[in-house]
Design a protein. Sequence first.
Length: 248
Amino acid sequence: MTQPQDRPARTAAVIPAAGRGVRLGPGLPKAMRQLGGTPMLVHAVRAMSRAHAVSLVVVVAPPAEVATVRGLLDEYPPPRDVELCVVPGGATRQESVRLGLAALPEDVEVVLVHDAARPLVPADTVDAVAAAVRAGAPAVVPALPVTDTVKQIAAPAGKGEPEPVVGTPDRSLLRAVQTPQGFDRATLAAAHARHAEGDATDDAGLVERMGAPVVLVPGHEEAFKVTRPLDLVLAEAVLARRRLNDGF
Ligand SMILES: Nc1ccn([C@@H]2O[C@H](COP(=O)(O)OP(=O)(O)OP(=O)(O)O)[C@@H](O)[C@H]2O)c(=O)n1
Ligand SMILES: C[C@](O)(CO)[C@H](O)COP(=O)(O)O
């Protein structure tokens, strides 16, 4: 368990980037697709490297692309002097994260797990997550209120039949979660070890299943996940605005 302390705990970021991006459509693996002329995973590495807390970034690459990803990171070095490492990923996000965790040196105490598919997360959000873990929370998740009303459904009567609605959860109690999700390393390692066979959609879910507390901090609209083609249009627009405003 992380303790409040004088010496800052060494913090590493693990970036699962081994997905194909099926929902984005045909092309290169999603993390290697261009955003503003630069591969998406380079944006994600930059975003994590800009955070003051992070001193090591582990990129979990599509297994066939490890050498290409190493080459990309040589071509686009991070803005701060952080250590970089590239390892091959697995068949699911959960497996990729587990392989990334296995590559961490022993002295890392705090781990941030960040989707390559959330390339535009602001550094302040990353630092807020890391600070909350360093202050003693075992698992910290950035989140935003849900803006749509959400329906719960049951299985349809048959293929092509309409989905029956069985409930409308109270929206004020729902949150949409983002990454980086931050963890005390021992807590995250235990959660992955206990549920090694699963296919969880996020790491905090594994910690919850173990019965350990998970807390939320405010997320950021620009930390959205590039999942479908329209998300890429939005990401290009956000990047263009940043470049205009900040010379980013
Ligand atoms: N086997 C996998 C699957 C996903 N991811 C990573 O997990 C993050 C979140 O996943 P998602 O956005 O769902 O990416 P994909 O799995 O690539 O998307 P899709 O489901 O559309 O194929 C991404 O950065 C993705 O590269 C991974 O490292 N290994
Ligand atoms: C981890 C995550 O980004 C939190 O919102 C999300 O669960 C990833 O899900 P996906 O199905 O892999 O897109």
